[in-house]
Design a protein around this ligand. Structure first.
Ligand code: NAP
Length: 263
């Protein structure tokens, strides 16, 4: 029987691929036979991660908000593997949680540049290759902040809402070019980004667990599983949508706790 999540021979480019959700995606696609290009801000971290995956994978450094770097990342993927089947836009950074009236324009601009403009630039450049072959999948990482408000995290919330709108627009644009574009909206995932916010006292893991119907923070692998599905032929007619992976967090609207936490 054919395995629909077999990616043997396919080339997958993952930004933010050296850490957290991106690294879980890199492992998941590599385990299923894909050639993975791990792209991340720091070249040595990206190449180090690629060698952890084993032979047949590559790493490259670059800032997704820099158009020349974006061009290099896509070009290097096609040069190394001869194709580009899946782009996963995972690069990101956290917001600062400072009071809104103290937020600077530079701070706002950096969050928008990396999350929203970076996603646009990567998708636009990857689509040049994908349209040529009339085949490709683009997965953008939004957030629960892409559908709901996170107070003080204005730039992050605006950027992640923007990723949802961009995903829909690109999906409609490229629907007849063989490219599917979808977004994933993760809830609170235990990654270095979120562990850092917990350590700094900006997030409280116990409060999040109580607020989550399934009673737990999620693992990066939970998000990677959704990516495998969306990138596979099982999702062949799914485009322009947002798949929420949050343990029920955004479904919950009651004023009391969603889950009983004993520890
Ligand atoms: P992470 O562990 O910090 O990984 C993000 C990676 O992106 C890091 O390796 C980071 O490099 C890299 N990066 C940052 N800026 C970049 C840039 N301009 N160009 C290229 N790479 C860049 O974070 P994560 O939690 O896995 O988050 C991945 C994505 O999921 C982000 O878009 C985030 O907003 C989103 N998300 C996360 C959660 C969650 O709960 N973790 C929930 C919803 C959405 P450096 O470490 O060197 O900065």
């Amino acid at each position: 029987m054919r395995d629909d999540t077999d990616f043997h021979g396919q080339a997958v480019l993952i930004t933010g691929g050296a850490s957290g959700i991106g690294w879980a995606a890199a492992r998941a696609f590599a385990q299923r036979g894909a050639h993975v290009m791990v792209a991340d801000l720091k070249e040595d971290t990206a190449t180090g991660r690629a060698s952890e995956l084993g032979g047949g994978h590559r790493g490259i450094g670059g800032d997704v908000s820099n158009e020349a770097a974006v061009d290099r990342m896509v070009h290097a993927t096609v040069e190394a593997f001869g194709r580009l089947d899946v782009l996963v836009n995972c690069a990101g950074l956290p917001d600062t949680f400072v009071p809104t009236v103290e937020q600077t324009r530079d701070h706002w601009q950096r969050l928008i540049d990396v999350h929203l403009t970076g996603t646009f630039l990567m998708a636009k450049r990857a689509a040049v290759e994908m349209i040529r072959h009339r085949h490709g999948v683009i997965l953008n990482i939004s957030s629960i902040a892409g559908t709901h408000a996170l107070p003080r995290r204005n730039a992050y919330t605006a950027a992640k809402h923007g990723v949802v709108g961009l995903t829909k627009a690109l999906a409609c644009d490229w629907g007849q070019d063989g490219i599917r574009v979808n977004a994933i909206a993760p809830g609170y995932i235990r990654t270095p980004l979120v562990e850092g916010l917990i350590e700094q006292g900006k997030l409280d893991a116990k409060v999040i667990r109580r607020r989550t119907p399934m009673g737990a923070l999620l693992s990066p692998d939970d998000v990677a599983s959704a990516m495998l599905f969306l990138a596979s032929p099982l999702a062949r007619m799914i485009t322009g949508t947002v798949v929420t992976v949050d343990g029920g967090y955004t479904a919950f609207g009651s004023p009391n706790d969603a889950a009983i936490i004993d520890d």
